[in-house]
Design a protein around this ligand. Structure first.
Ligand SMILES: [Zn+2]
Length: 276
């Protein structure tokens, strides 16, 4: 068993027959949830069945989407028939976020360096799982998920708990200037773009243009704050996928053969509030 990297409060590791999982105590009262480690063996299909069992749902109730680096959001409502995101891969909708209030369904997104976010509304118990790579982040996917939660469940961002899982960090994520253009094309404020794209100062005598590094997790954090989520309710584990290859897995570091990680969340069953 490899040594698990240290994580800040209120994150903690749990141990399962298949390996380690990362959780956040701030989410625990609202939702069962976890970020998987590479030991689960995704994206192999049997690993999804194992993950469903860990969340205590049937494989059909582990709701997934065909992720396309866009900004579409799928809603999984409690009590509605024919809920999306179960069954065969082809039958799943194209989207990069799922929101829901069904305690019988777990919502999952899959990542390999992209930012996984898990959200839960402290007042209504509604939850979301979001996949935000650089394209989805440029397209403001986390804001789209929040807007969808507001519409579907009356979520107030002030009541949200937001958790950022393992992702590639600026330390390991060099990008080209075309990404800056892509963000600018989506009308992000200049001061934000300057903050998200970090330029290392050139060394003395170096004539090369300094390389840019993108802080995708930080960009999502800023987008949550802009949407009205209080800073103190956003929790980032800080782990870099490219630097913990015994526990995590990274497309940048390992190439096409890299495994995948999943972030999954299942709302807890809520008892009806007593009449006031
Ligand atoms: Zn790194």
């Amino acid at each position: 068993m490899s040594t698990l990297p240290p994580v800040p409060e209120p994150f903690y590791w749990t141990s399962h027959p298949w390996g380690a999982a990362l959780r956040c105590a701030a989410l625990d009262p609202l939702a069962d949830h976890l970020f998987t480690s590479r030991q689960l063996g995704l994206p192999a299909e049997p690993a999804w069945t194992t993950l469903a069992a860990t969340l205590e749902v049937t494989p059909d109730h582990l709701r997934r989407v065909r992720q396309v680096h866009g900004h579409a959001v799928v809603t999984v409502r409690a009590g509605s028939a024919g809920m999306p995101g179960g069954g065969a891969l082809d039958s799943r909708p194209e989207a990069d976020a799922l929101i829901g209030d069904d305690p019988g369904s777990a919502l999952a997104v899959m990542t390999a360096d992209c930012v996984p976010l898990l959200l839960a509304d402290q007042r209504t118990g509604a939850v979301a799982a979001v996949h935000a790579g650089w394209r989805g982040t440029a397209a403001k996917i986390v804001g789209e998920a929040l807007t969808a939660m507001q519409r579907a469940f009356g979520t107030d961002p002030a009541n949200l708990i937001a958790v950022i899982g393992p992702a590639i960090r600026p330390c390991c994520y060099e990008v080209g200037t075309e990404l800056v253009d892509a963000f600018a094309a989506q009308q992000h404020e200049r001061y934000l773009i300057d903050r998200w794209f970090i330029a290392k100062p050139p060394r003395r005598g170096e004539r090369e243009i300094p390389k840019l590094r993108l802080d995708v997790a930080g960009a999502n954090r800023d987008q949550l704050i802009l949407a009205g989520v209080p800073e103190g309710r956003i929790f980032d584990c800080g782990l870099c996928t490219a630097m913990q290859l015994d526990v995590l897995t990274s497309f940048r570091a390992e190439g096409a053969a890299a495994g995948r990680l999943a972030a999954v969340i299942r709302p807890r069953a809520r008892h009806q509030a007593p009449p006031a």
